[in-house]
Design a protein around this ligand. Structure first.
Ligand SMILES: Cc1ncc(COP(=O)(O)O)c(C=O)c1O
Length: 383
């Protein structure tokens, strides 16, 4: 008798950029062809159009596109003159860029802990981190709340704590552009808001890109100047130290097409997240949304305790299902960041999350049979 042949199901993409590309059809090709036609590759008309469309989308007075999400964080810090001797409070459970930019401008990141359910900056830890900064002889100047995995931070409490300490609030919305907090889209909740258009982000382009948002006219003017080498009225007569931080016209053209379908994609992502949570509640720790918040679900991240995470990852990989661990090491435990101050009382929540989180495939085009295959594999692995 012939042995049954085990057919491995096709591997699933973690984020299906190609499915979105198929949906967009010729729109993106045509948009790129228009740029090839007019040849204004730097700060061309699509850049101005994209900035107007982004500002209208989130309700901010100013949207300034730039070369990456990292530059979108650097621009406001440079514009505010934050530098040596200054402290900027950051959550330690985040992507390193949040803290990297602080060190890049010569200031000191001071690490705070996050909240268990939202994965976002704990406002009480923020206040304690301000005290730790002072104790280290630094002047607390700013805080960078991160809207991790797509969900807004607790802005009411963070803004109140920041106001009490006179801190500039720079929202790191790299993973969450499009999400809302109490009916406001991210982009207006900090003094400035940075986002990333890295291809894997909920609103991604076909390369690097980012934008910074603000309602402050003076800050916007200064950031535009810094983005362009610190130009004054004349670009060959610079008034400050700046960067080459521009997003190119080709990416702006792509962004304009993607922004048109973004609202529908946000709805689709929420549907995928709801289905996951319904199927997995009680088996793993499913993510929770704070009341009054919506998420764009950059990641669908579950918690798996008791040391079972690695086995789950391996079991899913064996079935062709990719997962990702964001983040296995809080930033202050990474070699490059070990020397910076950490909130007194520790970062127990970040440390525990780092050992338990795992993100499942998530994108707007994840169909129900594929999602059922993922859910089935998770259930089997943890049975
Ligand atoms: C939280 C966070 N901040 C900043 C960034 C930096 O964005 P970019 O990769 O576009 O520089 C990212 C994205 O990678 C991020 O996830």
């Amino acid at each position: 008798m012939n042995k049954p042949v085990r057919v491995d199901p096709a591997p699933i993409p973690f984020i299906d950029v190609a499915a979105q590309r198929r949906r967009l059809g010729r729109a993106v090709d045509d948009a790129i062809a228009r740029v090839l036609g007019h040849c204004q590759f730097i700060l061309g008309p699509e850049v101005r159009e994209a900035e107007a469309a982004l500002a209208a989308f989130c309700g901010a007075r100013h949207a300034i596109t730039c070369a990456s999400g990292t530059d979108a964080l650097v621009l406001p810090l440079m514009a505010k003159g934050i530098g040596p001797g200054d402290a900027v409070i950051c959550p330690t459970f985040t992507f390193t860029a949040t803290a990297e930019v602080v060190a890049l401008v010569g200031a000191t990141p001071v690490f705070a802990d996050v909240e268990e359910t939202s994965f976002n900056l704990d406002p009480d830890s923020l206040s304690r981190a301000v005290a730790a900064a002072r104790k280290a002889g630094l002047t607390p100047k700013a805080v960078i709340p991160v809207d991790l995995f797509g969900q807004p931070a607790d802005f009411d409490r963070i803004t109140a704590a920041a106001a009490a300490e006179n801190l500039f609030v720079l929202d790191d919305a790299a993973q969450a552009f499009g999400a809302t907090y109490k009916n406001h889209r991210l982009g207006t909740l900090g003094h400035a808001t940075a986002t990333s258009f890295f291809p894997a982000k909920p609103l991604g382009v076909y390369g690097d890109g980012g934008a910074v948002f603000t309602d402050d006219d003076e800050l916007a003017r200064t950031m535009r100047s810094i983005r362009m080498h610190g130009e004054g009225v004349d670009k060959y007569d610079c008034v400050r130290i700046g960067l080459n931080g521009r997003m190119d016209t080709m990416q702006a053209a792509v962004l304009l097409e993607k922004l048109k379908i973004f609202p529908e994609e946000i709805v689709a992502r929420a549907r995928v997240a709801r289905r996951y949570s319904k199927a997995l509640a009680g088996i793993v720790t499913v993510p929770r949304l704070a009341e009054g918040s919506t998420s764009v679900w950059a990641q669908y991240t579950i918690g798996v305790g008791d040391g079972r995470r690695d086995a789950l990852k391996a079991a899913l990989a064996a079935e062709g299902i990719p997962t990702a661990i964001y983040y296995a090491k809080p930033v202050h435990r990474q070699d490059a960041y070990r020397g910076f101050p950490v909130v007194e009382g520790g970062t127990q929540v970040s440390d525990r999350l780092a050992g338990e989180v795992i993100s499942l495939p998530m994108h707007a085009y994840l169909d129900e049979p594929t999602q059922d295959r993922i859910v089935g594999a998770v259930r089997r692995a943890l049975a």
